[in-house]
Design a protein around this ligand. Structure first.
Ligand code: FPP
Ligand code: MG
Length: 290
């Protein structure tokens, strides 16, 4: 089965568990909206690509890790769009969860998805229980505090956040967790895979900042110009467009170079190059990613 199908099946199973009776109908619909609104599934793809490169001897476990990471990502976006954070009405070209279902359900969908993620891990853990603690801790740390998504978002409430620490927590941590979790779920040493997640996480955030600065809301499927409007630290403000673009290209090159020599290396290189093309704003793309 291809990677995209595995991810959608694992997410479908998790959402089906959450919307089964006696689930409140609006909550069930809002969870479905949050998970199936056209995300690119970059993090779960990275997780499964690393698992495959490590032999993927227990697919149920790598599928659960990939789905858990995507559900946590979706939870963070639903909360990020709430009026108390970015107050955004559009995400992935569609109305945000709180725009359709209201703010209380927006909060609850994020809560539900966090719990669903760890439920999925626990259910799959029966296959290789000795891998479960490391897998759970890897993913929990990437999302919580002191250095995960929650901490990253909380830096926006501090007076002078340092750009790299802020972005590594807000975005990088989940990319690192995706690559490390892929190896752990397959029973391999995650050490050689950490660098790939780090480079991709840094690259992804710089690309997001560039796109926020130069693309239109129609191109992005979400509001544009938000970093400047909300006074957030960002790579374009710190390095300029050209400087941010140069860093992005360098990080993507380093990501490709960091892939350990293994049978899955060509697939992973392909994944990085595909993301480079998807993420680099077209009008800025150098020939290598156009
Ligand atoms: C998008 O950033 C937001 C994040 C990457 C993280 C948001 C984290 C929280 C709201 C903390 C709560 C976490 C959980 C797991 C519920 P952005 O606003 O720069 O990007 P955007 O343009 O995609 O909105
Ligand atoms: Mg936002």
């Amino acid at each position: 089965m291809d990677t995209a199908t595995r991810i959608e099946q694992a997410l479908t199973a998790a959402v089906a568990r959450a919307e089964a009776p006696p689930a409140p109908p609006k909550l069930a619909a809002a969870v479905r909206h949050a998970v199936f609104s056209g995300g690119a599934r970059v993090r779960p793809q990275l997780c499964l690509a690393v698992a495959k490169a490590c032999g993927d001897d227990t697919p149920a476990m790598s599928d659960a890790a990939a789905a858990a990471i995507e559900m946590l990502h979706c939870a963070s976006l639903v909360h990020d769009d709430l009026p108390c954070f970015d107050d955004a009405d559009i995400r992935r070209g569609k109305p945000t969860v709180h725009a359709v279902y209201g703010e209380p359900l927006g909060v609850l969908v994020g809560d539900a998805l966090i719990v669903m993620a760890f439920e999925a891990l626990a259910l799959a853990g029966a296959a290789e229980p000795q891998r479960l603690p490391a897998l759970t801790v890897t993913i929990a740390r990437a999302v919580g505090t002191p250095a995960g998504l929650v901490a990253g978002q909380a830096w926006e409430s501090e007076p002078n956040p340092e750009l790299i620490a802020y972005q590594r927590a807000k975005t990088g941590a989940l990319f690192v967790a995706a690559s490390v979790a892929g190896a752990v779920a397959a029973g391999s040493d995650p050490g050689p895979w950490r660098g790939l997640g780090e480079r991709l996480g840094d690259a992804y955030q710089i690309a997001d900042d560039l796109r926020d600065a130069v693309c239109t809301p129609e191109e992005l499927g979400k509001p544009a110009g938000q970093d400047e409007a909300l006074g957030r630290p960002n790579a374009v403000a710190e390095f300029g467009i050209d400087g941010a673009l140069a860093r992005l290209q360098q990080l993507l090159g380093e990501a490709v170079d960091s892939i350990p020599d293994c049978p899955g290396a060509p697939d992973l290189q392909q994944l990085v190059l595909l993301q480079a093309k998807r993420l680099t704003p077209k009008r800025l793309a150098p020939a290598s990613v156009a």
